[in-house]
Design a protein around this ligand. Sequence first.
Ligand code: FAD
Length: 469
Amino acid sequence: MSFTQLAKDRPRLLIVGGGYVGFTVAQELQKRIKDSGGVVTVVDPNPYMMYLPFLPEVAGGNVSARSAVVPHRQHLKDSEIVTGHVLGVDHASRTATVKGIDEGETFELAYDEIVIAGGSVTRAFPIEGLAENGIGLKTIEEAVAVRNWVLERIEVASLTSDEAKKRRALTFVVVGGGYAGTETIAEIEDMARSAVERNERLQVSDLRFVLIEAMGRIMPEVSEERAEKVVEHLRGRGIEVLLNTSLDSAVDKHLKLINMQDKSPAGEFDTDTLIWTAGVQANPLVKNTDFPLDQRGRVRTGADLRITGDDGPLEGAWAAGDVAAVPDLTGGGVGGFCVPNAQHAVRQAHQMAKNILAARAGKPLEDYYHENLGAVAGLGLYKGVASIKGLPGLPAKGLEFSGPAAWAMHRLYHGYAIPTLDRKARVFTEWALNFVFGRDTTSLRHTRDPRTRFQTAAGKAPEPRKVGL
Ligand SMILES: Cc1cc2nc3c(=O)[nH]c(=O)nc-3n(C[C@H](O)[C@H](O)[C@H](O)COP(=O)(O)OP(=O)(O)OC[C@H]3O[C@@H](n4cnc5c(N)ncnc54)[C@H](O)[C@@H]3O)c2cc1C
């Protein structure tokens, strides 16, 4: 079916996904394309761009959910916004199949040029019990749920006489020691500690935190030496960091671990909280397109960000970010390709916007080239780690920081990097308010079942409360 409300007679640049790449490309091109009689259409099931590096701080209660997202309609005013899923793309006929969210209709959307910017999804493994009992940390909703859940578990534990139940409620596990997992365990430890300090029935020593990592080190984004210091720091805070360890099963929230080196059992225990941050994979939506994919399911591009198959670049088709295999011309990437991070995504988006305009003007395209600038990570209030590289005047191997200086760099960098002045102001204001009034450790308990009170008032027995993440 055709959809009457959408622009029909204007040449369309269709952007699939309004995250880092999609939002940035739309921001840069929307006005120009509109002024020249065309339209930029952004399709995304979320009406906002998620600033993913803030998810651990949202889970830890230092940034509120709405400050960590950038609304499309408010900040992409010259674009056509479609809140729906792209189900597939047939580039041969320049058509995408789109479905509106929830009970929305499915329709075909014609385009002239397309940007594939659908990002990545959590990569999980077929571990028994994981799907039933785990949660990822790839969406704002997951981060909010984790925060509320951790705070609720503390309340539950403080009122039980059952020692096993208390231990399970106060054991928090993160699987995956990249920056997302490491920041998450550190942020929730910090928050849980504050919450327990306000609860006279519990001791900080009742809390247990476990970070599980299959490799022999955490945080591949910083040097090995710095990563070892982070492990030392986390262990100093009482967080158990289990290296060379993997999750074998999680049936009924009973975790069994294995040693990755000799495959021997590496312990077992119960937990109510299992957070999975062990990697990402390209959004599988691209399997439903006629674009060339690599063996890891990413869209193949040239260094100029045009989608490129065996016969060369495709006309009018671009891709970047986590969904794309973009050659890393610095030679520093894994397997010759850019690693999936925001540093690349946002810079690729800027280069792509330039190349889209150059291609339209018949000018030569430029290749994407970016030297890694290092990484900053927050590990809870006043704690962090930073590795800064590639800036003029710095030694070739860069500089590394930890403690309050690194934490300040993390905050300054991300507070500045979140798009739009509006969001920057909200984030810095929240941090300032938390500094003055302390961290808010209240959980919004009924977000999972908001109708319970009304159902009771209306004389209907409420549905049983779902307990679990
Ligand atoms: C917890 C966490 C912390 C991180 N911290 C850092 C950090 O500190 N530094 C760093 O450099 N990187 C960090 N990253 C990685 C970084 O956020 C990603 O590399 C970056 O977001 C990739 O940008 P993207 O535009 O490719 O994808 P995204 O920003 O994920 O955008 C993809 C968009 O596509 C949309 N979409 C999905 N399916 C469809 C569909 N069917 N149709 C239409 N749209 C669709 C999504 O809703 C989303 O808006 C972090 C990631 C996570 C999860």
